[in-house]
Design a protein around this ligand. Structure first.
Ligand code: BTN
Length: 248
């Protein structure tokens, strides 16, 4: 079921409230705008009209981390965006939680635990800039992947409400796939939607005093860690950090 609102502080907050009241797995919340949209880390998610703001209640499989849902959400968004753009416009997931169009960030995904009231349940939040005016797009943390919107990259027309429904449907479909086949199915799909595979990247690992490193992106492992081959031929895995640039 989709609960629709003209405005909310955050669809993730609303979805969590519904979860605490007993809403079933799969419940979705859509808002036309958010006044306190939440982004990854301490960042806010600027949420004017013209974007899709969606949250879905989902459960990671038994013993699996919440980050499974983040990759599931990234694939759902990349699929939805891929289907509404001409094939000549590149669409990619970006580790761990972004969706890129023509190398710029068009959307992001945030996974949060519901908490004690419903242990094991997560809120998967998806934000997608659709007709968001250029002036409303914020610079994206000073790296190469500046923010964009579908209309900026592809003209349109796009129907924000229809895209919101399609994104919810893509998320539900992948959640069924995940429940049946596990994270491996999501991992494979994520890699299929990742245009960085085999490309040279610059990556900043959290807490690495040596600073950003160069390497070749090999994909993600079965825990969602980014796998990078270093210039020395070492295979390294990263659970946190930021992909700063890709040398296409
Ligand atoms: C990121 O930092 O890239 C993740 C952004 C996630 C934003 C979405 S919009 C819908 C949902 N509600 C929120 O408050 N945040 C997520």
């Amino acid at each position: 079921m989709i609960h629709r609102f003209p405005a909310l502080d955050s669809t993730n907050v609303k979805a969590r409230e519904l979860a605490v009241e007993g809403a079933p797995v799969g419940t979705a919340v859509l808002a036309e705008r958010q006044t306190a949209g939440r982004g990854r880390g301490d960042h806010r998610w600027h949420s004017p009209s013209g974007g899709v703001y969606l949250s879905v209640l989902l459960e990671p499989a038994r013993g699996r981390p919440l980050t499974d849902l983040v990759f599931l959400g990234g694939v759902a968004m990349a699929r939805t965006v891929r289907e509404c753009l001409p094939p000549s416009i590149p669409v990619s997931v970006k580790w761990p939680n972004d969706c890129l169009v023509s190398g710029k960030k068009v959307g992001g995904v945030l996974g949060e635990a519901v908490g004690e009231a419903r242990p094991g349940l997560g809120v998967l939040g998806l934000g997608l800039n659709v007709t968001t005016p250029r002036a409303e797009l914020e610079p994206f943390r000073e790296n190469a992947f500046s923010a964009t919107a579908l209309t900026v990259e592809a003209g349109g027309p796009f129907d924000v409400a229809v895209l919101g429904e399609r994104l919810a449907e893509a998320t539900w479909e992948l959640a069924r796939r995940y429940a049946a086949d596990g994270f491996l199915a999501i991992q494979r799909l994520w890699e299929r939607h990742c245009l960085f595979l085999g490309k040279r990247i610059r990556f900043a690992a959290d807490g690495d005093a040596a600073g950003p490193m160069l390497g070749t992106c090999l994909g993600i492992d079965d825990d969602g860690a980014l796998v990078v081959s270093t210039p020395e031929g070492e295979r390294r895995r990263f659970h946190s950090g930021e992909l700063l640039q890709c040398y296409w």
